[in-house]
Design a protein around this ligand. Structure first.
Ligand SMILES: Nc1ncnc2c1ncn2[C@@H]1O[C@H](COP(=O)(O)OP(=O)(O)O)[C@@H](O)[C@H]1O
Ligand SMILES: [Mg+2]
Length: 236
């Protein structure tokens, strides 16, 4: 890794070492996995811990409403956060309202406008979009690949480090649709792994991370008191 690249720590025990310090600043990273693999919780925890270390976070939720998300995260032990440091932007409701008003064609433009304005008025270091599929839920754009290219370009121009959550439906092996895996600077994959007859482990793998020489091994992912940790398989 070159010295001039700033790294944003994930504050996931063991992962920052595996990544050579964290996520390179300005990278747009895909966080993907089947439903229930803790994508939301992990992304939130990265923002949560960064918000306590001087880096403001913007969590854009398009799926769960902000109150439900907040209470789920509090139940996991991520309790003390303030809107001024970690802001939950609930875009799901707006999306539904626009869909009902049949102004759906404007949705992606409106979405980007809101994000652009949020990034302009507050100096967010990190942004999460949860999820890409929800962004396109009511109506995908005519050329999704082009839209994603522009969206990723806009995030990169904004200089913000972005985590984009992407849901892999059960039964598919593709990491992501529309070539988003090629566009992303990084891919972190979460999966459930059946370990023995009754035990299911959560595993994490860094598939790709531009600008760093990272480990490619599978790690076991655990959470305790609001803090995630990864352990090498042979030590788990
Ligand atoms: N304190 C906890 N420790 C471990 N797992 C939890 C805890 N609280 C909730 N979960 C589990 O986390 C899962 C949901 O995580 P979530 O981040 O919403 O996943 P995803 O976004 O990938 O669908 C559920 O299966 C839930 O049972
Ligand atoms: Mg989720």
């Amino acid at each position: 890794m070159r010295d001039n690249i700033k790294m944003i720590p994930t504050y996931v025990d063991g992962l920052d070492e595996a990544l050579g310090g964290g996520i390179p600043e300005g990278n747009v990273v895909l966080l993907c996995g089947n439903p229930g693999t803790m994508k939301t919780s992990l992304a939130f925890s990265i923002l949560y811990h960064n918000s306590h270390n001087g880096r403001k976070g913007l969590y854009v939720t398009l799926e769960e409403n902000a109150e439900d998300l907040k209470s789920a995260m509090q139940n996991m032990g991520m309790e003390n956060f303030h809107e001024s440091e970690l802001y939950l932007l609930d875009m799901g409701r707006l999306r539904l309202e626009l869909a009902e008003a049949e102004t759906d064609n404007d949705w992606l433009t409106i979405f980007e406008g809101v994000i652009r304005e949020a990034l302009r008025v507050a100096s967010y270091s990190l942004i999460v979009m949860d999820s890409l599929e929800s962004l396109y839920a009511s109506k995908p754009p005519p050329d999704p690949r082009r839209h994603l290219f522009n969206l990723f370009g806009f995030l990169k121009d904004a200089g913000v480090t972005a985590l984009i959550i992407s849901e892999i439906p059960f039964g598919t092996s593709r990491l992501a649709e529309h070539g988003v895996d090629f566009l992303a600077d990084g891919i972190i994959l979460l999966k459930q792994f059946e370990a023995g007859d009754s035990n299911v482990q959560l595993r994490l793998r860094c598939v790709k991370m531009r600008k760093v020489k990272h480990e490619r091994a599978d790690f076991v992912l655990d959470i305790a008191k609001g803090r995630f940790a990864v352990t090498r398989l042979e030590k788990a």
